[in-house]
Write a protein that binds this ligand. Structure first.
Ligand code: PEP
Length: 264
C-alpha cells in the first residue's frame, strides 16, 4: 500500500490540482479515485500529489485516495481558527478531517472576496498553526505585468505573508500570474524564471523557509508541462482546469516524475 504524502519535504516536486467550484459529488470521488490509482510510481519518483476539491467533497476525497500516495487539501480557510463566520471553513477543521494543506491567497479569492495582504497573512498563520502546509498564491495582474511591476508585486505579496512560523516544511509558494489563470496564456520562460528568482531571494533571506518550494500556476497543460517544470526553481505546478481531466492531470504528474528521473 502506498504511503499518504505528508508534503513536508522541500526536495520533492509537488503537483497540486485546484478543482475550484467544479464537479458534483460522484464526479469528485471518481476523479480522486482515478488519481490515487496511478499515484504510487509518481510518488516513488519524488513527486508529491495534492488534490484540492471543493469543501463539501473533502471527506469523500480523503476516503477515495486512501491507499494511494495522494494528499488532500482545502481551497481556502478563514483567517481565524473558529468563530461566527457563516459559510467559512477553518484551518483546524481541515486538519481534523485529514487534510494536509490549504491554498491561501488565490487570486480568485483576492478578487471575489477582496482579500488583502494582511488577511492572507492571517490565513497563512492560522493554516500553519493548525498543522497544515500553506500553499500561498502570489501573482501580478496584466496591468501590473505591462507596467513592469511583476517582481515588485509578487515579492510584496510574499513578504506580507511570510510569517515567523513558516518553514521549508509548512510553506509552499505558488507563482500564478493572474492573467495566465484559465486563459490558455503562459508567461515566457524567462519571465517565470525571473519571478521565481525574485521569490527565492525573499525566502533565502528567511532561514527556516529558505528552501520552501515555489510552484508555477496558470494554464499548465499536458502540452506545456515539460517546458514549465524544467525551468530553474520551478518545483512543481498548481493546476486548475487541467486537473479536472484525469488523463491530463496524470500526464502532467508523470512529466514531473520523468523530469526527476532524467533531470533536464
Ligand atoms: C489556478 O486556478 O490555480 C490555476 C492555475 O488555474 P488554471 O490552471 O486553470 O489556469
Amino acid at each position: 500500500m502506498a504511503q499518504p504524502i505528508d508534503l513536508a519535504d522541500p526536495d520533492r516536486s509537488l503537483i497540486a490540482g485546484n478543482w475550484k467550484m467544479n464537479l458534483l459529488h460522484a464526479e469528485a470521488v471518481a476523479l480522486a479515485t482515478a488519481v490515487a490509482a496511478w499515484s504510487a510510481p509518481v510518488a516513488a519518483a519524488g513527486v508529491d500529489l495534492l488534490l484540492c476539491p471543493p469543501a463539501p467533497f473533502l471527506a469523500s476525497a480523503i476516503g477515495a485516495v486512501a491507499g494511494g500516495a495522494v494528499a488532500v487539501g482545502g481551497q481556502d480557510c478563514h483567517a481565524k481558527a473558529s468563530g461566527a463566520h457563516t459559510g467559512d471553513v477553518a484551518a483546524p477543521m481541515l486538519a481534523s478531517l485529514g487534510c494536509r494543506a490549504v491554498i491561501v491567497g488565490h487570486s480568485e479569492r483576492r478578487r471575489d472576496h477582496r482579500e488583502t495582504d494582511p488577511f492572507v497573512r492571517a490565513k497563512v498563520e492560522t493554516a500553519i498553526a493548525a498543522g497544515l502546509v500553506a500553499v500561498l498564491c502570489v501573482g501580478e495582474t496584466l496591468e501590473e505585468r505591462d507596467a513592469g511591476q511583476t517582481a515588485q508585486v509578487v515579492t510584496r505579496q510574499l513578504r506580507a505573508a511570510l510569517v515567523e512560523a513558516a518553514t521549508d516544511a509548512n510553506l509552499v509558494v505558488a507563482y500564478e500570474p493572474v492573467w495566465a489563470i484559465g486563459t490558455g496564456r503562459t508567461p515566457a520562460p524567462g519571465d517565470v524564471v525571473a519571478a521565481h528568482a525574485a521569490l527565492r531571494g525573499i525566502l533565502a533571506a528567511r532561514g527556516p523557509a529558505s528552501r520552501a518550494r515555489i510552484l508555477y500556476g496558470g494554464s499548465v497543460t499536458a502540452q506545456n508541462a515539460r517546458s514549465l517544470l524544467a525551468l530553474p526553481e520551478v518545483a512543481g505546478a498548481l493546476v486548475g482546469g487541467a486537473s479536472l481531466k484525469a488523463a491530463e492531470f496524470r500526464a502532467i504528474a508523470e512529466t514531473a516524475a520523468a523530469l526527476r528521473r532524467q533531470p533536464a
